[in-house]
Ligand binder design. Structure first.
Ligand SMILES: O=C(O)c1ccccc1NCC(=O)[C@H](O)[C@H](O)COP(=O)(O)O
Length: 210
């Protein structure tokens, strides 16, 4: 199956439509406090309504309570929830009762047996990301080669110039990016978004020049 492509930090209908038209499989809407890309549930809902029934809308949360996550996800009409930061297995299983979950892990978390154990439940997909999400910092893909969980997604400093190399190195089920796709924080650069999606999808196409 070809790699899925998520374009994160969507803050407007305009940027949602441009990412969807570029071929993105998923759009990220960030609700995490302190993010320079944070949106309200209403903005996320309005943008999501303009991309049709196929593109996934991913609500991104960091350090927020279970009730806030579920209420925000409902109000924003997201199709998937992305969870950053420390959280209990019970919290994760509760969210997974209502939404598919992208559970973000840092490389260091892969050494924690209980972190991986919490993932072993239906509806939860791991995504490897840098310790500081949204920072544009790539991971050490070579160091991850032996421990990268099957079916996991990959984020962290990905862009048009390096995503094919990252895909070839780790064969993630999906890739995600924001910093290198922006003209400025919270505003996408259409050419970068298009180039990112094409480079990612081309990386798994046998006819794509390797
Ligand atoms: O992007 C943010 O501002 C952000 C803030 C707080 C929590 C998560 C955030 N982004 C989540 C994402 O999924 C990013 O796309 C991912 O961390 C990759 O970011 P980048 O390395 O800048 O491409």
């Amino acid at each position: 199956m070809r790699v899925r492509v998520k374009v994160c930090g969507t803050t407007s209908v305009h940027d949602a439509v441009l990412a969807a038209e570029a071929g993105a499989d998923a759009l990220g809407f960030i609700f995490a406090p302190g993010s320079k890309r944070r949106v309200t549930p209403e903005v996320a809902r309005g943008a999501g309504l303009n991309v049709g029934p196929v593109v996934a809308r991913v609500g991104v949360f960091l350090g927020q309570g279970l009730d806030e996550v579920l209420r925000t996800a409902e109000a924003a009409r997201v199709s998937t929830v992305q969870l950053h930061g420390p959280l209990s297995a019970l919290y994760l299983s509760e969210v997974a009762r209502y939404h598919p979950v992208l559970r973000v892990l840092r490389p260091a978390d892969l050494a924690e047996p209980d972190a991986l154990e919490a993932l072993a439940q239906p509806g939860v997909t791991p995504m490897l990301d840098a310790p500081e999400p949204g920072g544009g910092v790539p991971l050490d893909w070579a160091a991850l080669r032996e421990v990268f969980p099957p079916g996991a997604w990959l984020a962290g400093g990905l862009g048009p110039q390096n995503v094919a190399q990252a895909i070839r190195a780790l064969r993630p089920a999906g890739v995600d990016a924001v910093s290198r796709l922006e003209a400025r924080p919270g505003v996408k650069d259409a050419a970068q978004v298009q180039a990112f999606v094409q480079a990612a999808q081309g990386a798994t196409d046998p006819s794509y020049p390797q």
